[in-house]
Design a protein around this ligand. Structure first.
Ligand code: ADP
Length: 286
């Protein structure tokens, strides 16, 4: 941690003395810590050296979201290797329970973040969704992007692991059918927005973190908020008041969460493959 404090000092231009470090619960992939320093707390993620690139990419995503000045994200401080481990240092956000109006603020601010659009779907670098690679080549047509780089990519991974999904080819072929009268714009996305990746700071101010950012259909972020729950009607009402969702979301959200079910199957196995199969059959009925 001394070496990390040195890196923080270099990044901030302020001499930081190490006081203590304690592990935090809640992370899925990395060791998360609260580092106490002479300049207050910092949030520090640690992992094997091969994670340095992922940490760097996470910083880029946080900076891009932060630059929109819409919803709060932790400010990246520095990243590197210290004592044989990759580290990522972020601003520490003191999290507490949501307060009255917190979820509404999150919905409104997320919609405002989504208003930041790119010139194409994708991103300037690849990243990961959970521990799975996520490819983001810049692509002009959303359905082409989603077919190849999201569903197709996960289906391929599943096939390599010996799992085939009936009807998946047909679904990919007729993807455009789910987009009649709907032309998504490339919105800046969080990309991994489940309830574990949103917190509430002092005064109930929402903050989102641990992103898998790219530019894509904003409905993908909203679909994923529903997969594990934790977002209430105030969140969705405030989102819709700021930028209403299209009525076709009801069907497309299945298409969008299919990506995450396939990813969960590829990461964890278990019952996720049967859920993914049911969603494919269900989608083919529409
Ligand atoms: P992982 O990459 O391992 O999934 P997360 O980024 O989700 O780790 O962080 C783990 C936990 O630490 C989160 O669930 C959250 O409660 C907390 N956390 C994340 N970022 C911050 C931050 N900047 N300040 C304070 N706590 C944070």
């Amino acid at each position: 941690m001394d070496a990390i404090c040195k890196a923080i000092s270099e990044a901030t231009g302020e001499k930081i003395e190490f006081i203590s470090a304690s592990p935090l619960a809640g992370g899925c992939i990395n060791d998360a810590n609260r580092l106490e320093s002479s300049s207050g707390p910092f949030f520090v993620k640690l992992n094997q050296p091969s994670f340095l690139e992922a940490f760097h990419i996470e910083s880029l995503a946080l900076m891009e979201m932060g630059a929109t000045r819409t919803i709060r994200v932790p400010k990246p401080v520095c990243n590197g290797i210290a004592d044989g481990r990759a580290f990522l240092v972020l601003e520490f956000i003191e999290m507490g329970p949501p307060q009255a109006g917190s979820q509404a603020k999150a919905g409104q601010q997320l919609a405002n973040m989504h208003r930041n659009t790119g010139k194409a779907f994708g991103w300037h670098c690849n990243n990961t969704i959970g521990a799975t690679p996520q490819q983001n080549p810049l692509t002009q047509t959303w359905t082409d992007f989603y077919r190849s780089n999201r569903l197709g990519f996960q289906l391929e991974l599943a096939a390599r692991g010996g799992q085939a999904f009936h009807g998946a080819d047909k679904l990919l072929e007729r993807l455009e059918d789910y987009f009649e009268n709907y032309n998504p714009v490339p919105s800046l996305l969080h990309g991994d927005l489940w309830s574990g990746n949103i917190g509430y700071g002092r005064h109930g101010q929402p903050a989102i973190f641990d992103p898998a950012t790219y530019y894509g259909d904003r409905e993908t972020d909203l679909a994923f908020t529903e997969m594990f729950g934790g977002f209430g009607p105030e969140f969705y009402n405030a989102y819709d008041e700021t930028w209403p969702r299209d009525s076709g979301f009801k069907i497309r959200k299945k298409l969008y969460n299919l990506y995450h079910y396939l990813n969960h199957h590829n990461l964890f196995g278990g019952g996720y493959s049967s859920t993914a199969q049911v969603i494919i059959y269900d989608l083919l009925k529409h």
